[in-house]
Design a protein around this ligand. Structure first.
Ligand SMILES: C[S@@+](CC[C@H](N)C(=O)[O-])C[C@H]1O[C@@H](n2cnc3c(N)ncnc32)[C@H](O)[C@@H]1O
Length: 250
């Protein structure tokens, strides 16, 4: 698949420093907000068969393991996968881990209908073929299964940044393929994969360039809280969508 090799190489290297971005004031606000959001949305996923695609260093894998999910993780970059496995061992949570697969979202090594729930966070922005990816994650979900997915919203208060990312086809300040989505395109892609949005939440992350500015970061943090459920969520630069797979798909 186009670009997969480049993305894998980028995240192989990034696995060493990935978590350091959460140590600055702004990074810490973003990380805590995302973790709280996942904790609240996935709180009922204990003992469910849960798949995480693009686990990275496992900050959300740890949340799901603590909730008590029967967790399977997958990532394109073997180094990322190793960091997550080590993290779960270190935290005494390895008994929650059913399997760890080095695999691409485009070709998951799991049977149809294998999981009750799945989640894929901060990943779709790096995928060229969103439809293929959503079809594949939908395939491995059982009918009526639940998917939590997020995406960068082009039509947000960060529009200039999103437009720049799309023009350059790479993330701001990072040499990795990236793009932001029109919400209507993502809704259509989800529907075509047999997934309907049952709820969604806005999230305003602190841009990396402002991570060290404590006051701006705190202001953005307040905006983030306000954007979770109010009308402001329409303008939030990240949308978290809770989706349900239809009983009869594709
Ligand atoms: C921005 S990181 C997000 C990691 C984690 N979900 C988080 O939010 O901290 C993106 C992750 O997606 C993985 N990834 C990128 N393309 C992928 C693909 N085609 N299939 C599976 N994983 C992929 C990368 O290796 C990386 O670990």
């Amino acid at each position: 698949m186009l670009d997969e090799q480049a993305t894998r190489s980028f995240y192989q290297e990034d696995s060493i420093t990935y978590d350091s971005r959460w140590h600055s004031p702004g990074g810490n606000i973003t990380n805590r907000a995302q973790i709280r959001l996942v904790q609240s949305v996935c709180s009922g996923w204990a003992h469910r068969r849960v798949l995480e695609v693009g686990c990275g260093t496992g900050r959300f894998s740890e949340v799901l393991a603590r909730i008590g999910a029967d967790l399977t993780i997958a990532d394109l970059a073997p180094a990322m996968l190793s960091v997550t496995v080590e993290r779960l061992k270190r935290e005494g949570l390895e008994s929650r881990l059913r399997a760890a697969e080095c695999a691409s979202i485009y070709q998951l090594p799991f049977d149809d209908d294998s999981f009750d729930c799945a989640f894929m966070l901060n990943v779709v922005g790096h995928l060229r073929d969103t439809q293929l990816a959503l079809n594949e994650i939908s395939r491995v979900l059982r009918p009526n299964g639940t998917l939590l997915v997020n995406f960068p919203n082009l039509y947000s208060i960060y529009f200039p940044a999103g437009a720049r990312v799309n023009r350059q086809a790479k993330a701001v300040g990072q040499d990795v393929y990236s793009r932001w989505f029109r919400p209507c395109d993502m809704t259509s892609a989800l529907a075509a994969a047999g997934l309907s949005i049952v709820d969604w939440y806005g999230h305003v992350h602190v841009p990396r360039s402002l991570h060290t500015n404590r006051w701006v970061a705190a202001m953005i943090g307040s905006l983030d809280c306000a954007s979770r459920h109010t009308w402001l969520r329409h303008l939030a630069p990240v949308r978290f969508c809770l989706c349900r797979k239809s009983e009869t798909t594709q």
